[in-house]
Design a protein around this ligand. Structure first.
Ligand code: HEM
Length: 119
């Protein structure tokens, strides 16, 4: 299969729509929103889009801080990590991304978990 995950996610405009839907999910979630209460949404949006573009083999190189540095001090537990994954799945559902494609993206994000929780 020569088509990249980035293409399956409908490229740059698809990632922009996905991250906008993800931000909506976060904004409406009592369990998670407080983490982002003082964050710059535009910066998060740009960084998260570029990071997803990079991990899905798109034409981007994420040059932001690494996952450990960004999430250090947040003390994210497994339940909250899992909730954020759920919010991302909700966003992918809302965007009509096929189940198989959803799972491919989740499989690329799952290995990052130890860099994000208990920091
Ligand atoms: C696989 C899961 C995750 C990935 C790939 C990820 C990735 C990222 C990236 C790329 C950014 C930086 C955007 C930028 O400024 O360049 C970011 C920021 C952030 N992440 Fe995560 N994240 C994940 C899970 C989580 C979880 C579970 C939480 C909280 C429960 C969280 C909370 C935050 C917050 C609050 C920021 C903004 C920090 C700031 O204001 O500068 N993240 N994340």
């Amino acid at each position: 299969n020569s088509s990249s995950l980035y293409q399956e996610l409908n490229g740059q405009s698809g990632l922009e729509r996905l991250v906008d839907a993800f931000i909506q999910e976060i904004a409406g979630d009592e369990q998670i929103f407080h983490y982002f209460a003082k964050s710059n949404v535009d910066r998060f949006r740009e960084g998260f889009i570029t990071h997803l573009c990079d991990v899905s083999d798109g034409p981007c190189e994420y040059q932001g801080d690494n996952m450990i540095d960004i999430h250090t001090g947040m003390k994210i537990n497994e339940a909250d990590f899992n909730r954020v994954v759920e919010l991302l799945i909700n966003a992918m559902e809302a965007e009509g991304i096929p189940y198989r494609t959803q799972n491919k993206l989740l499989a690329r994000l799952a290995p990052l978990r130890p860099e994000i929780i208990h920091r």
